[in-house]
Structures are given as structure tokens and as C-alpha cells.
Design a protein around this ligand. Structure first.
Ligand code: TYD
Length: 204
């Protein structure tokens, strides 16, 4: 049986990571690989209900409560979707994961990063992505792509999103082997070629 892989897609809102995840999935499927796509918050079942609260609840949400909801969803995604698929030898592609919590709740909201790392570790039971793509783009361009129909997180403002971007770049500096930064201002096709190149160059 093939060895399973766990790959995550990260970046600011509107960076194009979801499109790139789908394109990589198609590329891998054409090669006959068994691919599974999931997302955080979300995935399926209970995860989608947590997503609904996180993105659409319009009452007050404390920063710590927000973090725990993302983490609860992550634990469910790891236990019910990601771990079983990786163990069956699948290539699991996940739209956002632990680095989102460090970038958004840590760098963005200002919560303690050492604590977030500890909580992330609890939520994932120690499972780490084999590879993470960070799609980097300036905030003006990404916010234009998001448009005026913003969800709760997307409405957090320009300074917040600049801190998130900085957070991702810091994370990439700390873990250069796992986290690969991709210039997300290029065309969809150019970005896809870059993603494929990075994937093919890695020996897992
Ligand atoms: P997502 O659906 O990826 O948004 P988009 O499709 O616009 O890229 O993610 C939902 C939002 O949740 C996004 O604004 C980032 C945020 N988020 C966090 O703040 N912390 C987290 O741990 C995760 C997983 C997402």
C-alpha cells in the first residue's frame, strides 16, 4: 500500500488556496492517486455546523471561545477524516489547519502563541502536515478578491489581516522544510505549476 500523505493549504482570505488545492487534487488523481479533500473549519457533519457558527454567528464571540471552536473542529477533522484516510494510504489535502490558528488567533487576535501551539498539539494528537503551502499575497489584492460580501473573519479589518500575513511568513521562516511560501499574485496556472514543482521535488 502507498504511504499516506497529509498536505495543508494556508494563507490569507482571498489568496486562492482553495482553487490551488482543487487543481493539485486533479493533477494527482490523473496520476491515479487516491486523494481526499477536507477543510477547516468544516470537513463534514458536525464540523460543518461548527463552521456555520464560526463564520456566521453575529453575536459576541470571545477570542478564546473562537479559538476553542476552531480547535474542537480540528480534533473532529483529525479523528474522523484525516487520520483514517492517511492510514489507508490516501493523499489528504486540507484547506487550512493548525497554522491558521497560529496566524489568525495568535498573530491576528494577539493570543499567546506558545499556548496555541500546545492546544493545536492536543487537537491534532501530534499529527503534523507532511507539507504546507502558504499562498502569500498583499492584503489590498486579497481583500479585492474577497469583495464586499465578507464573513465574520473576513470583516476583521486590514491591520488584522496584515498581522495574519506576517504571522504566516514568520511560521515559514521557523519551519522552512515543512512550510513552502508560494507567490499568490501570479496567474492561476503559474501558481499551479509552482505547487506541482514543489510537490514533485519533495521526497517524503
Ligand atoms: P476559509 O473557509 O478558508 O475562508 P476562505 O474561503 O475565505 O479562505 O476559512 C474561514 C475563516 O476562518 C478564515 O477567515 C480563516 C479563519 N480561521 C481562523 O481564524 N482560525 C483557524 O484556525 C481556521 C482553521 C480558520
Amino acid at each position: 500500500m502507498n504511504k499516506g500523505l497529509f498536505i495543508t493549504f494556508e494563507g490569507a482570505d482571498g489568496c486562492g488556496k482553495t482553487t490551488q488545492m482543487r487543481l493539485l487534487a486533479q493533477y494527482l488523481e490523473k496520476q491515479g492517486k487516491d486523494v481526499l479533500i477536507t477543510r477547516e473549519p468544516g470537513g463534514k457533519g458536525l464540523g460543518e455546523k461548527v463552521r456555520e457558527i464560526l463564520l456566521n454567528y453575529d453575536g459576541e464571540v470571545s477570542d478564546r471561545c473562537e479559538s476553542f471552536l476552531f480547535l474542537a473542529d480540528r480534533a473532529q477533522n483529525i479523528d474522523i477524516i484525516i487520520n483514517p484516510a492517511v492510514e489507508q494510504g490516501k493523499i489528504v489535502l486540507c484547506d487550512r489547519h493548525t497554522d491558521s490558528t497560529v496566524a489568525y488567533q495568535g498573530y491576528g487576535r494577539g493570543l499567546d502563541i506558545a499556548r496555541i501551539n500546545m492546544l493545536n498539539n492536543l487537537a491534532t494528537n501530534g499529527r503534523k502536515p507532511d507539507l504546507t503551502f502558504v499562498f502569500d499575497i498583499d492584503i489590498e489584492t486579497s481583500m479585492k478578491r474577497v469583495g464586499s460580501d465578507k464573513d465574520r473573519m473576513e470583516s476583521a479589518g486590514k491591520e488584522f489581516h496584515n498581522r495574519v500575513r506576517y504571522g504566516y511568513l514568520e511560521l515559514a521562516k521557523q519551519e522552512p522544510d515543512r512550510i513552502r511560501v508560494v507567490d499568490a499574485a501570479k496567474s492561476i496556472e503559474d501558481i499551479h505549476q509552482n505547487v506541482v514543482k514543489i510537490f514533485e521535488e519533495l521526497t517524503f
